[in-house]
Design a protein around this ligand. Structure first.
Ligand SMILES: C[S@@+](CC[C@H](N)C(=O)[O-])C[C@H]1O[C@@H](n2cnc3c(N)ncnc32)[C@H](O)[C@@H]1O
Length: 266
């Protein structure tokens, strides 16, 4: 039977509009310090492969890159989009069920542990797939440390707080990235990088609307799940979207999503 967290983490249709826009350089730049030609790389929770394709370019034709994601539809899209790249392949599988004789020089997981209840099992699984000198690279959020300037409308703040409660109630860690160093050290790894990668935009900058507007998208796409699970009413969801859209266009000046990269080795 699927767990609550598993159902809550399912990517709603339309989320691609966000993840398809990402790239290695703009959205996972922490990897640039570890990627070398010829490496074998595993990207866990690769989505539709936008970042994974950039990784394949970095390791070159002597390298090998595999993206895995539990979302079968996302993997179909990734395969279609990046069909011509010889050193890149994709597999639709849950990381906990993934089985291979391969061991990887780099295992990366970006914005994925945030969606997993009890992520220690996934961390242990990834460590088991590392080559002896391999590096595990995690990029993820602490959603409790978001900051908006000025404060968003109370209707959206209260939707956001319910969103975090809905996630936490199913076992997901809203502050997952800040728990990572201790989690990795408890598995015998040493931290080699712990770096701020926060996503910040000010009004007037390119991408402000997409960046700040993420919470309207969340309320549109995931919000219906919160309504059916009884965390907000449909009316509260609608008001949160309307007032927040207005805030983005008028009072909103900046928003910072707290994102960090943590790398570790045996
Ligand atoms: C927010 S997306 C991140 C996509 C991409 N890494 C990025 O940074 O844009 C998280 C992805 O993790 C996948 N995912 C969640 N749990 C997973 C699991 N247990 N095994 C494999 N993929 C998983 C989801 O299907 C989703 O595509």
């Amino acid at each position: 039977m699927k767990t609550n967290a598993y159902q809550r983490a399912e990517m709603p249709k339309g989320t691609n509009s966000v993840i398809d826009q990402r790239s290695l350089r703009a959205s996972n730049a922490n990897l640039l310090t570890v990627l070398r030609p010829g490496q074998h790389v595993l990207d866990v929770g690769c989505g539709s492969g936008a970042i994974t394709a950039g990784i394949a370019e970095q390791v070159g034709s002597d390298g090998l890159v595999l993206g895995i994601d539990r979302g079968a539809e996302l993997i179909t899209q990734a395969r279609q989009k990046f069909a011509g790249i010889g050193n890149l392949s994709f597999e639709a599988v849950d990381i906990l069920e993934y089985d291979t004789h391969l061991r990887f020089d780099v295992i990366t997981t970006a914005r994925t542990l945030q969606w997993i209840a009890d992520p220690i099992k996934v961390v242990q699984k990834m460590i088991s797939l590392l080559a002896p000198e391999g590096v595990l690279c995690v990029l993820d959020y602490n959603h409790e440390a978001i900051s908006w300037q000025p404060a968003p409308p109370p209707e959206m703040r209260s939707f956001y707080d319910q969103f975090l409660r809905w996630r936490a109630d199913s076992g997901m860690y809203n502050d997952v990235i800040d728990r990572l160093p201790e989690m990795l050290e408890s598995q015998g790894l040493r931290i080699t990088l712990n770096q701020d990668e926060s996503e910040y935009r000010e009004k007037g900058e390119d991408g402000w609307q997409t960046h700040a507007g993420i919470w309207s998208k969340v309320a549109e796409m995931r919000g219906t799940q919160l309504v059916s699970d009884g965390y907000v009413t449909e009316e509260q969801r609608q008001i949160a979207i309307d007032t927040y859209d207005k805030w983005c266009q008028t009072a909103g000046q900046s928003m910072r999503l707290y994102l960090r990269a943590v790398h570790a080795q045996r």
